[in-house]
Design a protein around this ligand. Structure first.
Ligand SMILES: [Zn+2]
Length: 210
């Protein structure tokens, strides 16, 4: 993970946060058609609502990683222990959904990102606590901008992808799997096409963690 952003060859990790959602099937259909494996940072509360969708994500070879349970900052960032508790709650939901009792993704993404904000100090302490429990964390170094505006368009997302990916050899792209961000699932074929045209090879975190 330390060398994640250093690569001799061009690599891209597509990461989808906040799912599963009603648009997950569309995302999965596109990934299957394009033969691309991605990583889903799922929310425990959503996993409990849509276990069958999580099972499909898993069975189609994507990496299921952890984004906590509530996504409510005042809950998850109440203390470092609260972060670990939400990790475990989400992990339990994933185990149940996919029917794999020993499942542990060992990979967390902090809601809102690790760096900065009102809860920076709690997040920094939580990072240590997670590390003591063999849980890595990852942010991103490129994005589609689907969380930057309330109604992003496909054109806007393509522009933000090109701006934030260009010049980087190893890229972790932040995307959202959420009903309110359905445009991301519509932009996905173009995003994948542009990345392929620019020589990027698609990876997911199985490559690094398992
Ligand atoms: Zn999120």
């Amino acid at each position: 993970m330390k060398n994640l952003y250093h690569s001799e060859t061009k690599k891209v990790f597509l990461t989808f946060d906040d799912g599963p959602s009603t648009v997950t099937p569309t995302i999965l259909d596109t990934l299957k058609k394009e033969n691309v494996k991605a990583t889903f940072f799922v929310l425990g509360s959503r996993v409990e609502a849509m276990p069958e969708t999580v099972k499909r994500i898993y069975e189609e070879g994507h990496y299921i990683a952890n984004h906590g349970y509530t996504h409510v900052y005042s809950f998850i960032y109440a203390s470092p222990q609260a972060v670990l508790n939400e990790y475990n709650q989400c992990n339990d939901a994933v185990k149940n959904a996919i029917g794999v009792p020993e499942y542990n993704s060992h990979l967390f993404r902090f809601p809102g990102g690790l760096i900065g904000g009102k809860y920076a100090e709690i997040k920094s302490q939580a990072k240590e606590l997670l590390s003591q429990n063999d849980i890595l964390h990852v942010d991103w170094n490129a994005l589609s901008g689907d969380a930057e505006t309330t109604q992003p368009t496909i054109e806007y997302e393509m522009q933000r992808i090109q701006e934030t990916v260009t010049g980087k050899s190893s890229v972790v792209i932040l995307l959202h799997d959420a009903e309110a961000k359905a445009v991301t699932s519509e932009a996905l074929p173009q995003i994948i096409c542009w990345l392929k045209e620019n020589g990027y090879e698609f990876k997911n975190f199985y490559e690094i963690i398992k």
